[in-house]
Ligand binder design. Sequence first.
Ligand SMILES: Cc1ncc(COP(=O)(O)O)c(C=O)c1O
Length: 400
Amino acid sequence: MAGAELIGKEEIKEIMDVMETGILMRYGFDKERKGVFKVREFEAAFAGYCQAKYALGVTSGSTALKVALAAMDVGPGDEVIVPAFTFIATYEAVLEVGAIPIAADIDETLNMDPGDIEKRITPYTKAVIPVHMCGAPAHIDRIMAVARKNKLLVLEDNAQASGGSYRGKKLGTFGDMGIFSFDYYKTLTTGEGGMVLTDNKDFYLRADGYHDHGHDHNPNVSRALEGRTILGFNYRMNELQGALGLAQLRKLDTIIAEQKKNKLAIKDVLKKCKGIKFRDIPDADGDTATFLAFNLPDENTAMRFQKSLSGEGVDTVCFKKNLWHYLPNWEHFLARSTANSKKYPFTDPSYKGKVNYDRSTIPRAEDILGRTLVMNIPVKMPTERFAKIKEGIEKAAKNL
Ligand SMILES: Cc1ncc(COP(=O)(O)O)c(C=O)c1O
């Protein structure tokens, strides 16, 4: 549960700063808030931590994706390449802006295969969304090279890897824009919340306006008199989320360091088990270690081992079977059941492409995810808990 495991007095202190003013909204009320601007402060601290120019707090990772796509003018008629293994929000966000998601295959990193991108490009492709799944980086340098060569925009979905990096550069800062999720399961949590990151001023200004009904946030006039050039919606982060974010951000490096230590200890036990190989991680230093993924020679062995582990109280996930993170399992998506009876944008007449979401188009995901098991790594792992996990793995491994 990562950041949620460490909620304590630091979060309470930040929250109380807000409660003492009673101003829960990030904008306006300048006199009453007595200098307390938690979302603004969190954005500046997060941008500094990631070494990015601009950060914008929003209500969730899902809305961060939508705001970023809107800022980059991705919309009707466009295709966006997205890995087949991701949380469904990545696909939903593309549909939300009226564009069509195109599935790409994964590689042994469990992330988008850079070698697969060009096969998915059509005259309608506008952007690529690499996702750093399960806390660890994709081959982001190679993905960027393919995207630049083909003049595609890149939005990094870094919902699951806050604080992760690749060769010293923070994930979420490679693409034209990057997004983060701070929902309750995430490495850094604000209960619900998200962040949009970019070095591009135009994209930032469009995102800033879009996430707040178009408001240009001119500091020289009152909120009611602010200008606007585009329509938007309300995806504003509130001050309580900003307060939580500030306290959690200060803990992020500790969370990652503890997870790394615990992951290594569990990995050492698994290493001794017959036939087990570990997920390929392009830069182990940049792993946030929120998850440990390992694979077995074939799906049957993986299923048997998962059952034995479960019998010993050690939980793992096989994402090929997961209902929310693997495209072939989304029956409502495959039926094009968007929240309008016309099935827009799949039926948009301005869209000239053709989609094929069949399993046969993503053979590596089918193979790799079927024989991969993923364990959650705790931040806090007292000796007794580790001893139970170790014993459970050792007992289950006898059946391998
Ligand atoms: C890869 C990915 N993208 C986007 C999201 C959406 O984030 P949120 O839950 O904050 O809306 C998630 C959340 O699990 C995710 O895992």
